[in-house]
Design a protein around this ligand. Sequence first.
Ligand SMILES: [Zn+2]
Length: 166
Amino acid sequence: MADRQAKIYVLDSTVFLEGYVSLFANKPSATTFQVVEEIRSGQPKLQLEAALRSGWLAQTQPSAESVKKVAGLRGQTQEKLSTADLSVIALAIDLKDKGKAVVVVSDDYHVQNLCKIIGIEYLAVSKGGIEKKFSWRRKCRGCGRLVREEVCPFCGSETVFVPGEI
Ligand SMILES: [Zn+2]
């Protein structure tokens, strides 16, 4: 397992619309042009633009091949996916094919479900997903300290997520 490899978070529209984008600040993250197009106004748009400017969020175009693949699966599974949703999953497939550790972040049940079918890791934004995950910390496997980093700043060991109650 390449568990030390930094994860790339692929953010869908719900992350921006529900105001969760700041949770990913300075984590390698990506979204698609189609999602960017969907976020047209207000605070979500300002936050999206700020994230793009600061460089930790990339906007990119998924390959036509992956888009086709997801569109085909959508047909088979009858999932209701918008073009933007579809592009997010396609981008995740592209990154995964390049050997990256990818996590799709979405509050959309249909997106999550399709990720499950394809075998792509996903994280729910609310409803006990991200809120739970990000309200807590990570625990160092080495020294046991609670930290926010993936690698412990005190002893350099790997850290693991600690759920909610902290
Ligand atoms: Zn440590």
